[in-house]
Design a protein around this ligand. Structure first.
Ligand SMILES: NC(=O)c1ccc[n+]([C@@H]2O[C@H](COP(=O)([O-])OP(=O)(O)OC[C@H]3O[C@@H](n4cnc5c(N)ncnc54)[C@H](O)[C@@H]3O)[C@@H](O)[C@H]2O)c1
Length: 382
């Protein structure tokens, strides 16, 4: 009989729903050494949390995340709350000997991320607890294939990385001041929310780390109606207004550890672009290009121009567990892959990736971009 492991999740809105879907389905598609049991969900409002638990498939509901962490039937804590609570929840869970999966960006500040990485290292030594930060785009089959092509030397020496994450959900100046637009809740704006993803993706695909940056940030709409309610990228507004305290867009250039030059653009003002996480990599032997809005495709050049690879073959990363060639995967599958890899690591004792130390390194890049932008784009080492 397969062993089971109890999971407790905090937060049940956008990420909570997508993570629940992954916890529910992972064992139905992947052969795993351990089967997750969705033991408990934590929120703040009693009725809403109980309703969400019933709908999403969690056995019990708690209104204080501390109670969830303390439960004997919870061995994994999955953090799906805004960045202002990541450090406190993750550190408490690690100190209680629980494994932790934490949404990105790891924290709102470098200091918090340092404390989390330290707690993760201590817990790993003391209790064997595993921890991972949820950069799900690594688990898009086309992105995992891109990494494989670079690692196999198919692109030769990497010279350029061009990464963009383009959305347009706050173009309307009357869109409400949701938590993502407040520094105390989100840490930063487009930079930390979506820029963090392209930093991780660029480093993952190339196997190189950013070593220095020069950045520009801008807040185009300085004041917005206060939010009455919000979930994910939506919200409703009140008549009163308040200040936007984060960047609306962040652009930066950087040098990578093995000599590649990179450029990054993260914005929520790219009208018409909904979730365009794009990366293009140019090497001495060829190139590759990806756009999440066509997530089942990878474009590859080997010297004669780009050709399309439909990344739906059974030998492509993760794809064999799903549908026949050409049938395609969606956003939610990346989370199933993430949870599959995390469970595999927990069960086998391997170190999951990206680790909290990797999350800390991304946090240092974010801080360097902000520092550079505040000093007239001064070159800033990481
Ligand atoms: N990996 C991705 O692609 C991706 C996408 C979106 C969001 N995220 C990250 O996921 C996290 C959550 O974002 P979201 O879009 O799901 O936000 P959301 O606003 O949709 O949901 C946040 C949830 O956290 C709950 N919450 C807030 N503070 C809490 C507390 N102290 N205790 C218990 N519950 C609390 C809210 O009630 C809500 O259920 C953020 O860190 C965000 O950056 C990641």
């Amino acid at each position: 009989m397969t062993q089971t492991i109890g999971v407790g999740m905090v937060g049940y809105a956008f990420m909570g729903r997508v993570h629940s879907q992954a916890w529910r389905n992972v064992s139905a598609f992947f052969d795993l050494p351990v089967t997750p049991v969705m033991a408990a969900l934590a929120g703040r409002s009693k009725d809403k949390t109980a309703a969400a638990a019933a709908r999403l498939g969690w056995k019990a509901a708690e209104t204080d995340w501390r109670e969830l962490v303390a439960r004997d039937d919870v061995q994994i804590v999955d953090i799906c709350t805004p960045g202002d609570s990541h450090a406190e929840i993750a550190i408490a869970a690690l100190e209680a000997g629980k494994h932790v999966l934490c949404e990105k960006p790891l924290a709102n500040t470098v200091a918090e991320a340092e404390a989390m990485a330290e707690a993760a290292a201590k817990a790993a030594a003391a209790s064997g607890a595993k921890s991972m930060v949820a950069f799900n785009y690594r688990r898009v089959p086309a992105i995992a294939l891109a990494r494989r092509l670079v690692a196999d030397g198919r692109l030769g020496v990497i010279r350029h990385v061009r990464a963009q994450y383009l959305q347009d959900w706050i173009v309307d100046p009357d869109f409400p001041l949701v938590w993502r637009l407040q520094k105390d809740k989100a840490g930063s704006g487009a930079l930390g929310d979506i820029g963090a993803h392209i930093i991780d993706t660029a480093q993952f695909v190339t196997g190189q780390r950013l070593v220095g940056v020069s950045g520009l940030t801008e807040t185009f709409v300085k004041e917005r109606p206060l939010a009455e309610s919000s979930e994910g990228l939506g919200g409703s507004r009140t008549a009163e207004k308040g200040p936007v305290t984060v960047d609306d867009a962040a652009l930066f250039i950087g040098r990578m550890s093995e000599g590649a030059l990179a450029s990054f653009e993260a914005t929520r003002f790219a009208t018409g672009r909904k979730n365009a996480l794009r990366i293009e990599v140019n090497g001495s032997l060829g190139s590759l290009a990806f756009d999440f809005e066509a997530m089942n495709e990878l474009w590859v050049d080997q010297g004669e121009g780009f050709t399309r690879i439909l990344v739906t073959e059974p030998d492509h990363p993760y794809v064999g567990a799903w549908w026949p060639p050409g049938h395609g995967l969606g956003y939610e599958h990346t989370f199933t892959h993430e949870i599959r890899d995390f469970l595999e690591a927990v069960a086998t004792g391997a170190d999951p990736s990206p680790s909290f130390a990797d999350g800390l390194q991304v946090q240092k890049v974010l801080a360097a971009v902000e520092r550079s932008a505040s000093e007239e784009s001064r070159w800033t080492e990481i």
